[in-house]
Ligand binder design. Structure first.
Ligand SMILES: [Zn+2]
Length: 105
């Protein structure tokens, strides 16, 4: 498909992870649907970049690891724990919502 030098499999990354590229460390912000990895190299940039990235509406699905714009946090942790998975519409099972299931007679 492309001759990108990125590894075929995308390692699981989480926002705030330290990413080192070419000997320079930064904080991982996110990866766009176009495959561009956003890394904040200055601490002050991190929050700004996170806000800008979130404004794009693209997030990585924890289920299929694809970057989509319909990813939402799911889970019903009553404590509001932040470890609920983020799943896209397909992984949440939203697809086929309008599908009519014939009733067995
Ligand atoms: Zn998914």
């Amino acid at each position: 498909m492309s001759t990108s030098t990125r590894p075929a499999s995308t390692p699981s990354r989480h926002r705030g992870d330290t990413i080192t590229t070419a000997g320079v460390s930064g904080l991982y912000v996110g990866t766009t649907a176009g495959g561009v990895v956003w890394i904040a190299y200055e601490g002050d940039d991190f929050q700004t970049m996170c806000a800008a990235f979130d404004a794009r509406g693209e997030r990585t699905c924890d289920g299929c690891h694809q970057i989509r714009t319909d990813v939402q946090s799911v889970g019903r942790d009553s404590d509001g724990a932040p470890d609920s998975p983020d799943l896209c519409g397909a992984c949440r099972g939203d697809e086929g919502e309008d599908e009519e299931i014939p009733l067995a007679a």
